[in-house]
Design a protein around this ligand. Sequence first.
Ligand SMILES: C[S@@+](CC[C@H](N)C(=O)[O-])C[C@H]1O[C@@H](n2cnc3c(N)ncnc32)[C@H](O)[C@@H]1O
Length: 208
Amino acid sequence: MNYTKYFSKQAKKPSGIFGRFYMSRVFEKGNAELNALTFDTISIEENNHALEIGSGTGTLIKNIADNLSKGLIEGIDFSEPMVAIAKKKNKKNIYKGTVKIHLGDFDEAAFDSDCFDKIFTVNTIYFWKNPVTTLSKIYRILKPGGKLVIGFHDKNEMEKMELNKDVFKYYSTHDLQTLLSNHGSLKHIDIISKKGNQKTCYCITGIK
Ligand SMILES: C[S@@+](CC[C@H](N)C(=O)[O-])C[C@H]1O[C@@H](n2cnc3c(N)ncnc32)[C@H](O)[C@@H]1O
């Protein structure tokens, strides 16, 4: 396997020493601007029950939960090293009862219907095996009036990076708008963008 494919697979599901020590730094540095836009866009309130899909190093969850005295922010990630890092980083809030981090594949995990006020995910859409099925699950587990935020970079900019296209699927803002609209479940679909130092950051949002 060449390095580009290896790196791309690690971005999808970090593993081993490379995942724990190298990919965690790549995520922390490379994803900071998009995580900041997602933080502003999801606007979690006291008492919210929220879920991050593909919570990685758990930094976004920590930034959210550190500002909350009540509520519950859950994260799910299928990478063991990422879950270990996220649990360590969120130790205080896990102890306080405002954060839970789960090891597992979102597509296979059991969540009750109508249970989350907010669901958010950053830089994971490229890896969704079946976006329609994943969106249906998100819709089922959001409360009526609940909000979805997907943070991503646009196809044009992703294509400039050295990534393997068997691992990454790129979406333009138009592709994602079409995907959510054609799914026909979420309302008030909107795109928020912010120019970053290296790439423009986007969040697509919808309401159940
Ligand atoms: C590119 S990283 C982004 C991590 C973090 N959201 C960030 O912005 O720094 C993708 C993360 O999503 C996780 N992931 C991808 N697909 C997943 C799935 N189906 N279920 C759970 N976790 C998933 C990976 O293990 C990895 O930690």
